[in-house]
Structures are given as C-alpha cells and as structure tokens.
Design a protein around this ligand. Structure first.
Ligand code: FMN
Length: 309
C-alpha cells in the first residue's frame, strides 16, 4: 500500500481538499466508504497565527480520520513555521501545502498556484513546514501557472523534502474548466521518486483505472466527482459497506452540528444535496427545493425525497 513518508494509507484513493465542501461530515462518509486519506479544506496560516476562532473550528477531525491531513495556504514561510508548531496541529499526521488555488484574491497575495511562479519561495515554505513539524510534508499543485512547469517544479519540491505530490492536470489559467491533462501527471511521475497522486476529472471507477494506467501514478484524488456521492469510494476500492443515503445525510448533518451552527449547516448541505441529485430523475424539482431551503428541517425533508429517488 502507498506510504507518505512513514504514514501508511489504507487505500490509494483520496478525497481532495475542497473549500466549503470537504467538511467533517463529508470526510467521515468518504472514509467510511474507503477513501485512504481526507484533507481539511485549505486553511490560512495567517488566520491560524492570528488565532481566528472560526479557522480553528475547521481543524475538527472525524473519528475515522486516521491518518489525517491538513491543508495549509499562505506565502510567508515564517507563518507556515509558526502554524506547524501550534498545539492544535499536532493531531494531524500529514501537512499539505496548497500550491494550486487559482482564486484571484489568493493568487494576488502570492499564495496558492502563484507559488508555482516563485519556486524559491515555495522551497522556503516546504522547508519551514519541515522545520516546524516532524510530519511528512506534501504539496498539491497544478500543471503550471499559464503553461506547463509541473515536472520541473515537482522535482524542485522533492529536493526541498516533500514526501508526496498531487498534481491537478490544469493550469491556473484554466481554473476548473476544460479537460484535465493527464499526460502532465505522467511527466511528473517520471520526474520524481516520491508518490504521485493524479487529480482532475475522475468521475467513475473506470476513470481511476484509466488514469493509473495512463500515467503510472501511485494513487488518485477525487474532488467534484465525489460530491453527493461518497459511496463512489466503495465502488472504486471494492469495500463492502451497506449504502443508506438518508442515514448518511443524517450522519453528515449530526457531525456538522458538533462544529457549526444551523445556518452554516444548511449552506454546506445544499452543496452536498445538489451533488446527490445530479443526473437523477426529477432532479430539476429537487434542485429547486434545495435552492429554496432555509432550515435544517427543509434539508431533512429533501434528503427523504432524494433517498426515495
Ligand atoms: C468547491 C471547490 C473547492 C476547492 N477547494 C480546494 C482547496 O481548498 N484546496 C485545494 O487544494 N484544492 C481545492 N479545490 C480543487 C480540487 O481539490 C481539485 O483539484 C479540482 O476540483 C480538480 O479535481 P476534479 O476535476 O476531480 O474536480 C477545490 C475545488 C472545488 C470544486
């Protein structure tokens, strides 16, 4: 099985960090169905260093998240170092650094995918995390900023000391559009010795097989293809688990209750429920109800309808 540094994963199929999506409840379900690793959404090192309470709420882990990973973002090596030393971060087994976020607000501060344009700074950040923690440090980056640089970039990051690399086969310019280029994942795999996880456009179990075959990558990371469909991990890994959609949605809601308030839960669950209805008969009506939902009771009623679809 794949190892990231000294951390062994139970499967090489991972759930991606997704801001506003990979919450505690969703991560619990993904692990239940066989995901080998789940990540918190991207967390600002600056917010951690300033002691922002809301940010600390994002650090809650589900009981089945072992091993666990936190994804950090920022551009100041000292802030990464200080964040890694915080007592609240010691429960995580792996520190992942976001070098792929394409959002203008993030990139304009030299964070996320902008780090692919400043490999010296990216190296300093990796080293700061290694100094600040005794955990394996990993990175997730794109195929490049505006053109492909991922193989050279990955090789530099390996020299800096990362223990694994996830490559999303799109440039920053592409944001989330167009088809992901899996060939770049193959070139990164050939450029480094640490495990490489491929990411981009995996929607089915056969996509997983195809990506591994085409690129030689050590594992894959699913993002949008898993939203509203956490049992896809069982389909891919062959894990035998009973699937009960309504009970999963209730578990998801109950886990969120331990970290946040009703209004926030309704917002989070709308995104997951939209994923559940995608491609189903009667989806249009249910999608309308999801959009109009205001309370948790509304969400639970919709969950009942989805389970009956
Ligand atoms: C709503 C949303 C939020 C995301 N947030 C993050 C994030 O916090 N950190 C990160 O590294 N990537 C983030 N991503 C990118 C995904 O992890 C993934 O790289 C991308 O969606 C490509 O995979 P896919 O084609 O399977 O969706 C996000 C993507 C989406 C759709």
């Amino acid at each position: 099985m794949v190892k990231i540094g000294n951390v062994e994963l139970s499967s090489n199929i991972l759930l991606a960090p997704m801001a506003g999506v990979s919450d505690l409840g969703f991560r619990y379900l993904a692990r239940k169905y066989g995901a080998g690793l789940t990540y918190t959404e991207m967390i600002s090192v600056k917010a951690l260093c300033f002691g922002n309470r809301r940010t600390f709420d994002l650090l809650a882990l589900a009981e089945n998240e072992s091993p666990s990973a936190i994804q950090l973002f920022g551009s100041d090596p000292e802030a990464f170092y200080n964040a890694c030393r915080l007592p609240e971060l010691q429960k995580f087994d792996i520190i992942d650094i976001n070098m792929g976020c394409p959002v203008r607000k993030v990139v304009s501060r030299g964070e996320g995918s902008a780090l692919m344009k400043t490999p010296t700074l990216a190296t300093e950040i990796v080293k700061a995390c290694l100094e600040g923690s005794n955990k394996p440090v990993t990175i997730k980056h794109r195929s490049g900023y505006d053109h492909e640089t991922a193989p050279e970039f990955a090789s530099l990051m390996e020299k800096a000391g990362v223990s694994a690399i996830t490559v999303h086969g799109r440039t920053r310019e592409q944001m989330y559009t167009g088809a992901a280029d899996w060939e770049v994942i193959k070139r990164v795999k050939q450029a480094v010795r640490v495990p490489v996880f491929g990411n981009g456009d995996i929607k089915t179990a056969s996509d997983v097989k195809e990506m591994i075959q085409q690129t030689g990558c050590d594992g894959v990371m699913l993002a949008r293809g898993a939203i509203g469909n956490p049992s896809i991990f069982a389909e891919i890994t062959g894990k035998q688990v009973d699937i009960d959609i309504f009970s999963d949605i209730m578990t998801h809601i109950n886990l969120l209750k331990s970290t946040t308030h009703e209004e926030a839960i309704v917002g989070l669950m709308k995104c997951h429920l939209m994923g559940h209805v995608k491609g189903k008969v009667g989806a249009r009506d249910v999608r309308f109800s999801v959009g109009a939902a205001k309370t948790l009771d509304d969400i639970i009623e919709i969950a009942k309808r989805i389970a009956e679809c």
